[in-house]
Design a protein around this ligand. Structure first.
Ligand code: ADP
Ligand code: ZN
Ligand code: ZN
Length: 867
């Protein structure tokens, strides 16, 4: 009799699928399988065995079973099921995010012709397709790019993801060119159909070489249903291999060229072997190595790559002696090891939380437990890596977004084998398969990067607590500015609070000076970016040879361009968002076009018009200063300062951040301007002054977390000052000097901020009081989005769960259009989580009945943003 199993697949559908098991296959719960789904081969995870298929449609067979044993432990499967339920996310998509193993499977895309395609081909004019078919090899796609599990940059689109137009290629414009382009596309399609009509499905790479077809043209053929896309999946060896050149010692030396001698000398100096990559870095060419190999003097060896943590070597080698408060915190945490307990470590900036984390992980290790330390997106600095390396060496595994798929898979396997009981990483590291997990630490638990803004929309901080519960482990959430959710949980007794009230070595917190910018304007008669106080303090700090930070929390030069004559604001053509003005930077490809306007949501760019596109006036006005303008102004005021800038324009890759931080640590940069990136946990002892220039504009945003964000940002950036021997100072410029978030941040008074903010949240029924969800309805067609939103709104009015759930909306989202997609939303506030979950489930079921495609709906439970 055929056996059946249940499989969770990474598709945007809230269900699992039944498959038949072939003789000889022995899938286990938690093992990965390859399963046929529509025209694709998908990788799924077995969630149940020995099931009975429902309905009388034919059940398909599993293509392959990838693991002999469960890859996902019962504990992680249970966690995945909890996430799927809590966040209303498809279980298969949750599991995909848990297993960072894309490198272990290769995917190939094929196309085949359909019957409709054959009909279309027959009606096409004979001879038309015999054009030039020279292929452009540069456009050949990567047919083997593995998709399936844990694609990091995926959109929430799931099955419908299509390859978009490659950047840099322009769409043809204008009438005549349009006609020509259409004819070209027509010819292209003809060539494709003709090639596919020969029979078997053809690999995308082969097809593109043979017909020079573009990806958009293929997509359009699929939409017309003339051709169909199929994928296959197969296992692939993801181990990283390193190649070494190894000296063959007994050989007698013949006559050698200078280069050959240099290589042999290098090899001898390195003890007889060296990584080929290192030779290349020393400008010793691999062709010469090959010659040496042929002459029998060197051989090449391939070995599995070894992982190096690296990082910055800590300044002092002496281990930190914990102070009394730190020791007490450590004792409290370690006493709880062995069973579930959640702590909120409320420690002011510079109180030495990191040292407590490291000591706690050591204690856990001593008792045979593994630990996970979560850090914010850019929190894993070389400094932190250096500390970890010194403390734990090769016991550390790293999981963050900058790893290659092979590296990620390698780290994951090391953790699972138990080779690396110290796991450090960003958000998704909370799913690390750490055996015998005893301790989970979440550094800067308030940080927004813990919230994933795509399906599944989980918050790693909350998942951390749930995982600790399932594992019987201790969770420690640490922050100087805890989220109000965690603060409230501590007040309710769900978490135990541990306080670190003083900075280490009795260092004082920086004194804060508030500058009322309205008064500054009255007194100087000028709208200035930097107040007199900030300029004077910066000058003094520079003269004393100390370092300063200036926060300007927007990137770009100006936030908006407005016409003075007609009031027109220059918006993005795809989004309801003002374009940001950027000046050219050196390495920028657009430099020749001079300045540009850029959309920070979709990346759309255009040149700066000389005149208003609406009324043709020349009086365009640039509003608001971003970090780029801040840098320029500071350079004018302090021509001798060594200025650096840290924002998403200057920090694109991981190494940019490392380089910038290294220049700060060395003192090469003595004045750093940047966005909120500069506020993130950096521990640079030379900084004595922090200026907060632009951050309170957030207070006027339609966002219930605005005050919390502003409080956190000011407190965190202020916390960068005075961490060394010299005391720090902070100058905060504001237009809202009386706002409680600003007043409390200035006084370093989290508790009174929280009290005030909680009152407001309770009154407004916002988290942490009750549960909140944001339901977003999206469509490129305005009427469609509006219609669906109205349908859902009507359902909610009729099914309000007897008043347990309040509904706001439907209305247009604060950002009404992004990337050409219209956005409406409904906000649900419920007294209980159960009521919220039940209402959302009802809503989704209704949406399915009303035939609203699932991928046009976004359900965000515990949203960070309502934009
Ligand atoms: P935060 O609480 O802001 O995360 P860190 O953990 O970065 O603080 O610690 C701030 C600084 O204090 C670091 O440079 C760290 O090396 C140092 N430090 C931590 N604990 C001690 C201690 N017990 N004695 C001396 N210096 C310490
Ligand atoms: Zn105008
Ligand atoms: Zn845009």
């Amino acid at each position: 009799m055929t056996a059946y199993c249940e499989v969770a697949l990474p598709v945007p559908l809230d269900r699992t699928f039944t498959y038949a098991v072939r003789l000889g296959q022995a899938p286990q719960r938690g093992a990965r399988v390859i399963a046929p789904f529509r025209n694709e081969k998908l990788i799924g995870v077995v969630t149940a065995l020995d099931v009975t298929p429902e309905g009388d449609f034919e059940t398909r067979y599993l293509e392959a079973v990838l693991d002999d044993e469960p890859l996902v432990s019962d504990q992680l499967l249970e966690l995945a099921e909890w996430i799927a339920g809590y966040y209303l996310a498809p279980l298969g998509e949750v599991l995909r995010g848990m297993l960072p193993l894309v490198a272990e499977v290769s995917r190939t895309v094929y196309y085949r012709i359909t019957d409709a395609g054959r009909d279309a081909l027959a009606t096409m004019v004979e001879g038309e397709g015999d054009g030039d078919t020279t292929a452009d090899p540069s456009t050949s796609p990567d047919a083997h790019s593995a998709s399936g599990f844990a694609r990091d940059d995926r959109d929430s689109g799931g099955l419908d993801v299509e390859v978009s137009q490659p950047l840099g290629r322009k769409r043809p414009k204008g009438g005549a060119r349009k006609g020509k382009a259409r004819a070209e596309e027509h010819e292209m399609q003809f060539r494709v159909l003709k090639r596919l009509a020969e029979g078997e499905p053809v690999k995308v790479s082969t097809l593109r070489t043979a017909t020079a077809v573009s990806l958009p043209a293929l997509t359009s053929l699929v939409r017309k249903k003339w051709i169909a896309r199929e994928t296959s999946a197969a296992e692939r060896d993801a181990r990283r291999i390193e190649r070494f050149a190894v000296l063959i010692p007994e050989a007698r030396l013949p006559k050698l060229t200078e280069k050959q001698q240099a290589i042999l000398a290098e090899l001898a100096a390195c003890g007889g072997e060296i990584l080929l990559a290192d030779l290349r870095e020393k400008d010793l060419p691999s062709s010469t190595v090959q010659t040496l190999v042929r002459r029998g003097l060197v051989r090449i060896e391939e070995r599995p790559a070894v992982f190096h943590l690296g990082g910055l070597t800590p300044a002092s080698d002496a281990p930190i002696e914990l102070n009394d408060a730190q020791r007490q915190a450590l004792d409290t945490v370690t006493a709880a090891l062995g069973a579930f307990h959640a702590f909120l470590l409320f420690g002011i900036t510079g109180s030495g939380k990191t040292a407590v984390y490291l000591a706690a992980m050591q204690k856990a290790l001593d008792r045979g437990f593994s630990s996970i330390l979560l850090v914010p997106e850019i929190g894993l600095t070389p400094q932190m890596a250096g500390l970890l390396d010194r403390a734990f060496g090769e016991k550390v595994a790293l999981l963050h977004s900058a790893l290659t798929p092979e590296e990620r898979s390698e780290q994951w396997r090391r953790i699972r084998r138990g080779d690396a009981p110290i796991v450090v990483g960003t958000r998704s590291a909370i799913f690390a398969p750490a055996p015998n997990l005893g301790l989970i630490l979440v550094d800067e638990e308030h940080d927004q990067s813990y919230k994933q803004e795509e399906t599944p929309r989980y918050n790693a901080r909350d998942v951390a607590v749930m995982r600790a519960k399932l594992a019987g482990a201790v969770a420690v959430l640490g922050s100087a500015t805890p989220s109000l959710e965690s603060w409230h949980n501590a007040a309710q007794g769900k978490y135990t609070r541990i306080d670190l009230r003083e900075r280490v070595m009795n260092r004082p917190l920086p004194g804060v000076e508030l500058v009322d910018m309205r008064r500054e304007f009255q007194e100087t008669g000028q709208e200035q970016l930097f107040s007199r106080a900030l300029v004077a303090e910066t000058k003094a700090a520079l003269e004393r040879g100390e370092q300063s930070l200036v926060l300007l929390n927007r990137r770009g030069y100006s936030f908006a361009v407005i016409c003075r004559a007609c009031g027109e604001k220059l918006d993005c053509q795809n989004c309801a968002i003002a374009l940001t003005h950027h000046k050219p930077s050196d390495e920028d490809g657009l430099a020749r076009a001079g300045q540009r306007l850029e959309c920070h949501y979709c990346g759309f760019r255009r040149t700066v018009p000389a005149r208003c596109p609406k009324c043709d006036s020349e009086h365009l006005f640039y509003l608001g200063a971003g970090s780029q303008q801040g840098e320029e102004r500071l350079q004018e005021i302090f021509p001798d300062a060594r200025i650096g800038r840290m924002d998403r324009d200057t920090v694109r890759g991981r190494h940019d951040l490392e380089r910038l931080l290294a220049r700060l640590h060395s003192g090469e940069i003595n004045l750093l301007v940047g966005t909120q990136m500069i506020a993130k946990g950096h521990d640079i002892h030379g900084i004595t002054l922090v200026g907060v220039v632009g951050c309170d504009h957030a207070l006027s945003m339609p966002d219930f977390r605005a005050a919390e964000r502003v409080f956190q940002l000011i407190s965190q950036v202020s916390g960068r000052a005075g961490r060394g021997e010299l005391p720090g100072r902070v100058v905060v410029q504001t237009y809202y000097p009386d706002h409680y978030a600003i007043v409390a941040a200035t006084a370093n008074d989290y508790a009174s901020f929280a009290e005030r903010e909680l009152k407001y949240r309770r009154w407004m029924h916002y988290p942490p009081f009750g549960a909140l969800a944001n339901v977003l309805v999206r469509s490129p067609k305005l009427e469609e989005a509006a219609g669906w939103a109205a349908t859902l709104g009507k359902y909610l009015v009729q099914n309000q769960n007897s008043g347990a759930v309040r509904v706001l909306g439907p209305c247009t989202a604060p950002i009404a259009r992004i990337k050409g997609v219209y956005r409406f939303h409904l906000i649900l506030k419920a007294a209980s989580r159960k009521a919220l979950n039940a209402t959302l489930r009802g809503l989704m079921a209704h949406a399915e009945k009303a035939e609203i495609p699932r991928r046009h709906l976004v359900v965000d439970v515990d949203p960070q943003r309502l934009m």
